[in-house]
Design a protein around this ligand. Structure first.
Ligand code: 2DT
Length: 215
């Protein structure tokens, strides 16, 4: 056809429960992509460095109380405040590797089980952002992650809640998701991540169109 394909960066997202190794894998992936000559950067959500992020941080640290619908919108706003920069980087050819994104937003709020904060509602309030080209869903039992260091320091780090969030992640899966067993060694997991990520990065560089969230 006559539509000109424009090369761009890929939007790669790591999702999963707390303490399953997402952050480690994000950095290793960025390092690997850079070593292959791919321009890549790592971000994390929530971005606690902004004023909205500071309010989220206080909530997660249980230093403040916020209404559940309000805190949901703070997480959404914390992504929207990065929207323009995200789109600019992707259009400029930079691959973004995200440690959590809107999928965590939906899964963690829906896991609260409140009728007015359903998966459908959570999706409906967040449609302005780009969809991930690939979601790497790191899976591990809630009991196994709970045994890891540092667990239990923040609001959502409770086994029962984590199980509900994991069920919500499963309900969100589609053809853009890859399930990664997070119980292996760092190096094994990294190899699996690289194998599924590289083709997606190539497709983005070849001009595959960026999707929109929840389309
Ligand atoms: P970490 O910074 O350790 O990943 O924990 N969360 C995250 C939400 O409830 N909604 C969101 O939109 C996002 C991005 C998941 C952050 C905690 O905040 C939860 C764990």
């Amino acid at each position: 056809d006559t539509v000109r394909k424009v090369p761009r960066g890929a939007l790669i997202v790591f999702e999963g429960g707390d303490r399953c190794g997402k952050t480690t894998q994000c950095s290793k992936l960025v390092e690997r992509l850079r070593s292959q000559g791919v321009d890549a950067v790592m971000w994390r959500f929530p971005d606690r460095s902004t004023s909205i992020g500071a309010a989220i941080n206080a909530y997660l640290a249980e230093q403040s109380h916020l209404d559940d619908a309000v805190v949901h919108m703070l997480f959404v706003a914390n992504r929207l405040e990065k929207r323009e920069e995200m789109l600019r980087l992707l259009a400029g050819g930079t691959t973004l590797v995200l440690d959590r994104y809107s999928y965590s937003g939906v899964a963690y709020t829906a896991a609260k089980g409140l009728p007015h904060l359903s998966i459908e509602y959570c999706k409906s309030v967040e449609v302005l952002l780009p969809a991930a080209d690939l979601v790497l869903h790191m899976t591990m039992t809630a009991e196994a992650t709970a045994a890891r260091g540092g667990y239990g320091q923040e609001r959502y780090e409770k086994v029962e809640f984590q199980k509900k969030a994991m069920e919500a992640f499963e309900a969100l899966r589609d053809e853009r998701w890859a399930v990664i067993d997070a119980s292996g060694t760092i190096e094994d997991i990294h190899q699996q991540v690289v194998a599924v990520t590289e083709p997606v990065v190539r497709q983005a560089l070849a001009g595959r169109a960026l999707g929109r969230l929840w389309d």
